[in-house]
Design a binder for this molecule. Structure first.
Ligand code: PHE
Length: 461
C-alpha cells in the first residue's frame, strides 16, 4: 500500500462534515433533526475503507475468509464491498424484525443522522436489499464487507467504527431428493476439507426441538430442511475459523526463533464450540466460539434466515430458505496478528504500515515503542443522569485517538440532594508521539469544559 493512497483517502474522508443544521457524508447532504447525534470525529472515518486497502490486516482477513467460503461452492459468492454506511432505520432495524424497544435502537447506542437515516450498526442492514438483488442475479450466495458504527465504551478493543463481514446463502425450497443431495454434496466436500486439519476439536450443539422455544425451527420448515441447512452453515463457518487459525499457527511457528525449535513443530489444537444464540432475523441462531489464549471468544453469530426477511425482500411466501452469518474483522485481525490496540488499525504511521506492506497472510505484528499512558481523573456533580456512552462520546469527540481507555471509577448519590457524583479515569496516550504533562493538562481542561457545556456538570476539585 502506498503512503499517498492513504493520505488521499484521508483527505477525501475529511470532506464529511457536521455543522449546526446539516450533515455532509460522501457528498450527500442531510438535514439534522433532534435525533441526530453523529459527530465530526465519527464521520471522518467514513470512506477510509480499511477493508479494501491492499495488505492491511483487515483486508487480509477479508480475503482469507472470502477464499475459504468460495471453496465450498462451485460458484463464487457475490462480493459487496462498497455499500454506503448510510442506511435507513428501516433497513438497519425494522426490516430485520427488531422490536421497537430494542436497546440497539437507542440514541445512546447508535449514530443517527436524522429521523430516517443512521450509520449502519451492522452489515445485516443490507440483507434484505441483497436478497432482492439475488432475484435477478442468478447467484444464491453473497458476502458483504463494510465499516459499521456503534456508540460504545473506550478501551483497547472498542472503537466506534469497526468492520464486519456478512455472508448468506439461499435456496429455493424444493422437496425432491435431488435437491437435498446437491446440498449434501457440498456438505460432504466441506467435511473432506475439514478432515485435512488434524488438530481441530469441535463441540456442537443442536437446535432446540421444543416447538415453542425461541431457538426451535421455523414452523414452515421441516426438520430435514432445518438440519441440512444448519449443517451446511456450520461446516462453512468451521472451515473459515480453521483456515484463519491454521494460517496463524503455521506462520508463527515458521518465524519463531531458532532456540524454540522444538515448539515450532507443534501446531496447537484449534478448539471451537457452538452455542445457541438469538438474533431477531434468524431462527434458530448460533454463535461459534474459539478457545484462544486461555478463554472462549465469540467469533461469529449466525442462523437460518427468518421468513420475515425473505418476505420483506419480496419473495413469494415460504419459497426460500437459507443461512446468514456476521463476523467481526477487526477482532479477528487483532487476535491473529497480535495487534494490541484497536487504534493501531487506523494508524498511518510508517512503523505500523511498513510491517504489512508487500506481505501476505497472517504473521506476528511487532509492537513499536508505545508512548507512556498518563491518567487523569475527573469528578463532577450532575443534576440529571448521563448515559455512560454519552460520556464516552464526549471524550472521543474532544480527544479523538489520544484517549487509550476511559472508565467509571466511582459514583454515588447524595442522599439529601439526590444529585449524582461521578468520577471517571481517562488514560491519555498518543500512538505516534509523546504527550507532555502540559499537553495532558490542557486536553483534560478541554474535557472539563465540555462537561460543563453539554451536561451542565459541576466539576468537583
Ligand atoms: N449482525 C449480527 C451482529 O452484528 C451478526 C449476525 C449476522 C447474526 C447475520 C446472524 C446473522 O452481531
Amino acid at each position: 500500500m502506498s503512503h499517498t493512497k492513504v493520505s488521499n483517502q484521508i483527505l477525501k474522508s475529511i470532506q464529511n462534515t457536521v455543522n449546526n443544521n446539516k450533515i455532509n457524508i460522501l457528498n450527500n447532504v442531510y438535514n439534522k433533526t433532534d435525533l441526530s447525534n453523529v459527530t465530526n470525529n465519527i464521520i471522518k472515518h467514513v470512506g477510509r475503507n480499511l477493508h479494501l486497502q491492499k495488505n492491511h490486516p483487515i483486508n487480509n482477513i477479508r480475503e482469507i475468509i472470502e477464499k475459504s467460503i468460495d471453496s465450498t461452492s462451485s460458484k463464487p459468492f457475490i462480493k459487496y464491498n462498497d455499500l454506503t454506511p448510510v442506511v435507513s432505520i428501516k433497513q438497519n432495524f425494522d426490516d430485520l424484525g427488531f422490536p421497537k424497544n430494542h436497546p440497539g435502537r437507542s440514541k445512546s447506542d447508535t449514530y443517527y443522522i436524522n429521523d430516517t437515516y443512521l450509520l449502519r450498526t451492522h452489515t445485516s442492514a443490507h440483507e434484505v436489499e441483497c436478497f432482492q438483488k439475488m432475484q435477478t442475479l442468478q447467484n444464491n450466495g453473497y458476502l458483504i464487507s463494510a465499516d459499521v458504527y456503534r456508540r460504545d465504551e473506550i478501551d483497547k478493543s472498542h472503537y466506534p467504527v469497526f468492520y464486519q463481514m456478512e455472508g448468506s446463502k439461499t435456496w429455493a425450497r424444493d422437496n425432491s431428493k435431488k435437491f437435498f443431495n446437491k446440498i449434501q454434496t457440498e456438505i460432504d466436500n466441506m467435511k473432506k476439507q475439514l478432515s485435512t486439519f488434524q488438530n481441530l476439536s469441535i463441540e456442537d450443539v443442536d437446535y432446540t426441538h421444543e416447538p415453542e422455544s425461541v431457538n426451535c425451527k421455523q414452523s414452515h420448515m421441516t426438520d430435514e430442511e432445518t438440519s441440512i441447512l444448519i449443517s451446511h452453515m456450520k461446516r462453512t463457518l468451521e472451515l473459515v475459523v480453521a483456515n484463519l487459525f491454521m494460517q496463524r499457527y503455521k506462520n508463527y511457528a515458521s518465524t519463531s526463533s531458532k532456540s524454540n525449535k522444538k515448539d515450532e513443530e507443534v501446531i496447537p489444537e484449534i478448539k471451537m464450540r457452538w452455542i445457541e444464540a438469538y438474533f431477531p432475523w434468524t431462527q434458530p441462531s448460533f454463535e461459534i466460539e474459539v478457545f484462544f489464549n486461555g478463554e472462549w471468544l465469540e467469533i461469529c453469530g449466525c442462523g437460518l434466515v427468518r421468513e420475515l426477511a425473505y418476505k420483506n425482500a419480496g419473495f413469494p411466501k415460504e419459497t426460500q430458505m437459507g443461512w446468514a452469518f456476521g463476523i467481526g474483522l477487526d477482532r479477528m485481525a487483532m487476535l491473529l496478528y497480535d495487534i494490541p490496540d484497536i487504534r493501531l488499525l487506523w494508524s498511518t504511521d510508517e512503523r505500523f504500515l511498513k510491517q504489512f506492506r508487500d506481505k501476505e497472510g497472517i504473521f506476528k505484528f511487532k509492537p513499536f515503542s508505545t508512548h507512556a499512558v498518563m491518567s487523569r481523573d475527573v469528578s463532577f456533580w450532575l443534576n440529571t443522569p448521563v448515559h455512560l456512552n454519552d460520556f464516552m462520546e464526549l471524550v472521543r469527540e474532544e480527544l479523538g485517538d489520544m484517549v487509550e481507555s476511559c472508565s467509571l471509577v466511582d459514583e454515588f448519590v447524595n442522599p439529601k440532594t439526590g444529585r449524582k457524583s461521578q468520577c471517571f479515569r481517562i488514560n491519555y496516550q498518543h500512538l505516534d508521539r509523546n504527550l507532555t504533562n502540559e499537553d495532558v493538562n490542557e486536553l483534560h481542561k478541554g474535557v472539563e469544559k465540555k462537561l460543563i457545556e453539554q451536561f451542565g456538570a459541576e466539576i468537583r476539585n
